[in-house]
Design a protein around this ligand. Structure first.
Ligand code: UDP
Length: 453
């Protein structure tokens, strides 16, 4: 299966979408004339857009960076790479592969992408493994081991592994390493999850597979484990040209604010997050209410997933209870295809908050920093990789701390602006798709030169 080709998309693109929408936009409304949670125009998903080409990034990172990629790829021409993961759509890994595989191919690094198959039984087991490896309680049974190995074996027999580099993403297909044969092949395990405190039984089961790889890659120092194989740090990345992150016409930003009843003449504090307790939306409401005693502002809580996730619905209810009848707090339960609207809300914001108490890497923080927004975020997971306190944003550990920072940044706009500027530069340097491609090229070259054997 070749998901990339299957997903090359129709001609319609976001520029059309946004210009249509902005043409249709009414002049800025004053304060919340009508507030709709799911504006009619966005009830159905827009047509997907094709992934960008290498040269499209020149205007963002500069020609020299793109030339560097071409230079690094020279010695890899004709080498074959296979990426394997567990889903073609949905989730950050598939999204990243969808962008990265065509870029590697454009650089003449022949890259193929295979997705493992499995029944419900397999995906139930791997979901439980995924959660257990990130700390949830789980009792590993022999049945679960058998299901895991059986489906890995079926995929091992189905997929061809003749490439020079085989990259296995995440734990679901980790046992495919048993297909390793030729000594001049390089097998890499790219772990996207936080393995810092795994369920000991599940880790003991997976560890022998992981140790057979030639190298492992983690997304943050804090997610890694001691392993006898070389480990590399690859931060996750965002695509500056995606619907979520590309530049938008101000008229479109205004249109989205009008639709959602957000008043751009007053400061806007925003958190974009699934309605999940780990994101502490209730804590955000409390911090906002404290700060607003001293400084005028509105809060936008934009999230999704509450309609198809019972826990999300429960958290949304807790948030609504905490909000009460406060007219300055706008809760938006958005469908999953609202990338342009989220982009617009982030761009309209004065401050962005991500007050997580548990977090993966925290891509919403990356997105906020990229948009040059002063960002306040919980000091958990990968967030401290992105926010250097008082330099690229503000790290907080409590509701009081968050309230203090909202108040401080809203009353010190020059400092807030400097944080936003630094945050943007930090993302440009470390967390963009083009940097990710550079890391891959460098790693493949290191392995080719015998660095990891
Ligand atoms: N996101 C979204 N719609 C929502 C909430 C979040 O599209 O209603 C996006 C958000 O912009 C980001 C991603 O989902 O790109 C969330 O990634 P993050 O690493 O911050 O958190 P996760 O949800 O993976 O724990």
């Amino acid at each position: 299966m070749e998901p990339v080709e299957q997903q090359i998309r129709s001609d319609s693109n976001a520029t059309e979408t946004s210009s249509e929408q902005s043409e249709a936009s009414a002049p800025a409304s004053p304060v919340r004339t009508e507030r709709r949670q799911k504006p009619r125009a966005w009830e159905t998903p827009p047509a997907p857009v094709p992934p960008p080409r290498l040269d499209d990034y020149k205007s963002i990172v500069g020609e020299a960076d793109i030339d560097e990629l071409k230079f690094l790829a020279r010695d890899l021409k004709g080498k074959k790479v296979k990426m394997v993961n567990s889903t073609a759509v949905g989730g950050g890994v598939a999204e990243m592969l969808n962008q990265m595989v065509p870029l590697l191919r454009e650089l003449d690094v022949e890259t193929h992408w295979d997705v493992i198959t499995g029944g419900n039984d397999f995906f139930e087991v791997t979901k439980a493994f995924h959660n257990a490896l990130q700390g949830s309680d789980y009792k590993l049974t022999q049945h679960a081991r058998d299901i895991f190995l059986m489906h890995n074996d079926q995929n091992r027999n189905r997929i061809d592994f003749s490439e020079d580099f085989i990259v296995i993403h995440d734990p679901q297909p980790a046992a495919l390493i048993r297909a390793q044969k030729e000594s001049n092949q390089h097998w890499i395990w790219r772990c996207h999850i936080d393995l810092s405190s795994p369920n000991p039984e599940v880790w003991a089961f997976l560890r022998p597979f992981v140790e057979k790889y030639d190298a492992a890659i983690f997304s943050s120092q804090s997610f890694a484990r001691q392993l006898p194989i070389p480990q590399y740090l690859f931060y996750p990345c965002i695509d500056p040209l995606s619907e979520k992150n590309k530049e938008l016409e101000d008229s479109f930003v205004q249109h989205v604010c009008d639709e959602f009843g957000v008043d751009r003449s007053r400061p806007i504090v925003t958190q974009v997050s699934r309605f999940d307790r780990a994101k502490d939306p209730v804590g955000v409401v409390q911090a906002f209410k404290q700060a607003r005693k001293y400084v005028d502002c509105q809060l936008v809580l934009a999230g999704g997933g509450a309609s198809d996730d019972p826990e999300g619905a429960a958290v949304l209810k807790e948030v609504k209870d905490a909000v009460g009848a406060d007219p300055d707090i706008i809760i938006l339960d958005l469908p999953p295809w609202c990338a342009l609207e989220i982009n617009a809300l982030q761009r309209a914001s004065t401050i962005i908050v991500q007050k997580s108490i548990r977090e993966g890497f925290g891509l919403t923080v990356t997105e906020a920093l990229w948009k040059g927004k002063p960002t306040i975020a919980g000091a958990v997971g990968g967030i401290p990789n992105q926010i250097i306190h008082k330099l690229t944003g503000a790290l907080v550990h409590s509701v009081d701390g968050c309230a203090y920072q909202i108040r401080y940044l809203l009353t010190h706009p020059a400092f807030a602006q400097q944080l936003g500027h630094n945050g943007h530069e930090h993302v440009k340097e470390n967390f963009l798709m083009s940097t990710n491609v550079r890391r891959w090229l460098l790693l493949l070259r290191i392995l080719l030169a015998g660095g990891a054997k």
